[in-house]
Write a protein that binds this ligand. Structure first.
Ligand SMILES: NC(=O)CC[C@H](N)C(=O)O
Length: 305
């Protein structure tokens, strides 16, 4: 195990090149969507590195060598104590190799540095249980929760989402609607009180809603597959740098992933072969690449003067 981790760390070093957009995709403990997550970033033009959570915890890999930190879906710790709870507690309380520090300390620094965090499904659950989403108060304390679907069952189906035009997160730039699959048992967002609900709405943090055929947010099952408050499928923090959602955009990278792809192609043979989910990854990769370019130009200018 130790040897594997050391080799992994070496690989991380060799894969990291200056200038490229670097995505770190965490895995381990029952996470199972890391390969699709990495594929999404690679298709979007970024470098994606999958590492076991322990490699980060034990200091073999630093999140600070990356631009975007990713928490994939899956069943971390078998969903014991509630999906995402154990991993969230590990992030908050487990000390890393740097004395007195936790991974949450590192993540706070990472965000303060202007970098990005994305959680999908189980990853979203981790970010919510940790309090990084919605983080209205800015002190990373849980303010909402995700719990068992109103249907009482695991839901595995396609849903349609609308992007909140008030959301300013770069992950969703230019996207209006999106079809994506959900597969979860605990995707129902519960907001504990009206004040929190109002604050989330006022800040535009409810960035993705389940919608009906008219494009309106809906609480109707199965269009809203879990009974989420605010018909919410995804949240950002007030900076827009942290984004999480229950559906799986990384599972719709090619048009052929859609259950109705054959009819769609017949109707529109010239349509793009890209899946709608890919745009989220292209957005964030383009945003980070632009930031890199601006930074490089500023450094060059400073050197000339
Ligand atoms: N696909 C997933 O990430 C599932 C998340 C979680 N295990 C749930 O069932 O709610």
């Amino acid at each position: 195990m130790v040897q594997d981790s050391a080799q992994g760390a070496h690989k991380v070093q060799s894969e990291v090149q200056a200038g490229a957009v670097r995505a770190l995709v965490l895995t381990g403990f029952g996470i199972n969507c890391e390969e699709e997550f990495a594929a999404a970033y690679r298709l979007a033009g970024a470098e994606a590195t999958i590492v076991h959570f322990n490699q980060v915890l034990h200091g073999q890999v630093s999140i600070h060598d990356f631009d975007v930190l990713n928490f994939p879906g899956g069943f971390s710790f078998g969903d014991d104590l509630g999906s995402g709870v154990v991993l969230a507690n590990k992030l908050r309380y487990r000390q890393t190799s740097a004395a007195g520090r936790t991974l949450l300390d590192d993540i706070k620094q990472f965000i303060a540095d202007g970098k990005f965090v994305l959680g999908i499904c189980n990853g979203f659950q981790v970010l919510v249980k940790l309090g990084l989403l919605p983080n209205l108060g800015g002190d990373v304390t849980p303010e909402v929760t995700l719990t068992h679907n109103a249907s009482g069952r695991y839901e595995d189906r396609w849903v349609t989402l609308r992007v909140n035009p008030a959301s300013r997160t770069p992950f969703l730039t230019g996207i209006d609607k999106l079809e994506v699959p959900v597969r979860h048992g605990e995707g129902r967002l519960v907001v504990p009180d009206d004040a929190t609900r109002a604050a989330i709405e006022a800040a535009g943090l409810n960035c993705l809603s389940y919608i009906d055929a008219n494009g309106d947010g809906t609480s109707e099952y199965p269009l809203n597959p879990n009974g989420a408050d605010l018909n919410c499928a995804g949240l950002t923090d007030p900076t827009g740098q942290v984004f999480g959602l229950m559906p799986h955009p990384e599972a719709f990278l090619a048009a052929y992933n859609h259950p109705d792809w054959a009819r769609r192609r017949r109707q529109n043979p010239g349509a793009s072969e890209e899946g709608e989910g890919l745009q989220i990854f292209k957005n964030i990769v383009a945003h980070i690449a632009e930031k890199h370019t601006t930074k490089a130009a500023t450094v060059q200018l400073a050197n000339q003067n």
